[in-house]
Ligand binder design. Sequence first.
Ligand code: IMP
Ligand code: MG
Length: 179
Amino acid sequence: MHQTDKIQIHDLSFVPLLSEDEIRERVAAIGQELTNHLAGKNPLFISILSGAFVFASDLIRTFDSHCEIGFVKLKSYQGTRSSGDVQTVMGLDKSLKDRHLVVVEDIVDTGRTLHFFLEHLRAQEPASITTVTFLRKPEAAQFPVQVDFVGYDINDRFVVGYGLDYDGLGRNLAGVWTV
Ligand code: IMP
Ligand code: MG
């Protein structure tokens, strides 16, 4: 998409936060660390849809050893009970038992999504779970989650681009933009 110094999406105006070039370098560095960590283990990358698809697609191409990738969609139901949402996982058709898993997220905000998903994965007795998120909003963290690799810690401000959307738009921006 054509880049300017300001982008309007719906009612919000966004300015650049992370450039395409710096993201490429950071993703390559994480890919290198993952390679050191998991080379020869044929890890199964699991990308959480929709937001993480761009990051996952770049990340696996910086992983310098055999690997597989799968995609999951998490569906939440608004609370029928006081305990809050129940989520279901769609799209995980492979057996995870004794596999080395790499969970790929776009952004950890409250940590709720990752917290729930990790519980679901642990129940299936994988050999290991490594978690990677492109962005993290540390001040917002409400659920304790293990995140092994973080692309960038950012402020608690809304962002779009590199897979992340604002009401459906902005996923195709090559960099990350903030309000
Ligand atoms: P969590 O479950 O609260 O950690 O939220 C994670 C999900 O919220 C992400 O996967 C995104 O879909 C969404 N999200 C949180 N912050 C942002 C943002 O700044 N921009 C776009 N989506 C966001
Ligand atoms: Mg997401």
